[in-house]
Design a binder for this molecule. Structure first.
Ligand code: ADP
Length: 266
């Protein structure tokens, strides 16, 4: 009898192990599929500017010598497309690095109050028409478990979006609060917002809300990589990035990052 029981026990264990194994394989398969899809999408994005430049080089060869208007236009478009291509390649590299980031987690530390203030100032110099309000009191004496370089990179992406997708209401706020063992940073804009149907996808690689809408907002063409880079970086440091948005009202990006230490107040 005891052998039977043991057999059933083992059987159960085997079934559970098989179930776990299958679930892992499904997950792996899904991630391979997503990876394949991403490579396909990225190739498409890379091919488009190359095809445009190719076309204009053909026009230059045929008419460029005799027609100054063609010369001017084709050169201008080619230069623009090449710089788009360069930016895309660079950002794809940044994304790959964010995904495969090797780091000494115990060593990553920065003073967020300082990093945020400096980054906000940099953005304000580039976009003087914006009022960027800061409420960072909660971060006084706080050290976060993330490198200054990566925190800056995340903030630059989020502030750049806040600027790009704002229209006449040029106000942005960066707020901080302590939430348990994490710090919560909020980047708030009063811009065009994100339609509810797109909201779940905006952190996907290469996902962009309708290009025409983006252009109408005065936004220069992005490539749909910014938010995915920011989210992956935040998650790499055991944080979380979430977005709330109401169309025509504005967007709030919440970034939760683990606290390394808080200085004792004197
Ligand atoms: P990019 O800005 O280069 O297109 P992102 O990955 O940074 O790529 O953003 C994806 C999409 O999400 C953008 O195309 C834009 O439509 C939308 N989006 C991101 N941030 C904001 C924001 N603050 N306000 C409104 N829309 C936004």
């Amino acid at each position: 009898l005891s052998e039977r029981v043991e057999f059933y026990d083992n059987h159960d264990e085997l079934a559970t192990t098989m179930k776990m194994f299958n679930a892992m394989m499904d997950k792996l398969e899904r991630s391979f599929q997503q990876q394949r899809q991403f490579v396909e999408d990225a190739s498409h994005e890379l091919r488009t500017p190359i095809a445009i430049v190719e076309g204009h080089l053909g026009m230059l060869r045929r008419w460029g010598k005799h027609d100054p208007a063609v010369l001017e236009e084709s050169l201008q478009i080619s230069v623009e497309e090449l710089s788009r291509l360069k930016a895309l390649v660079e950002e794809l590299l940044v994304l790959t690095r964010a995904e495969n980031l090797q780091m000494d987690e115990a060593a990553a530390v920065c003073e967020p109050e300082q990093v945020i203030s400096q980054t906000v100032k940099k953005v304000n110099v580039l976009h003087p028409a914006f009022i960027i309000e800061r409420d960072l009191q909660a971060l006084s004496g706080v050290k976060l478990a993330i490198s200054a370089e990566h925190l800056e990179q995340i903030l630059l992406i989020l502030l750049d979006n806040a600027v790009k997708y704002s229209r006449e209401r040029k106000r942005i706020a960066v707020r901080a609060a302590i939430q348990g063992e994490r710090a919560r940073l909020e980047i708030i804009d009063a811009g065009i917002g994100i339609p509810a149907k797109d909201l779940p996808y905006v952190t996907d690689r290469l996902y962009r809300v309708d290009k025409a809408r983006n252009r109408k907002s005065g936004a220069t063409d992005g490539n749909g990589l910014g938010l995915s880079i920011a989210k992956r970086l935040v998650e790499r440091y055991n944080g979380a990035l979430t977005i709330e948005s109401v169309e025509q009202e504005g967007t709030t990006v919440n970034v939760l990052l683990p606290i390394r230490s808080i200085a004792e107040s004197v």
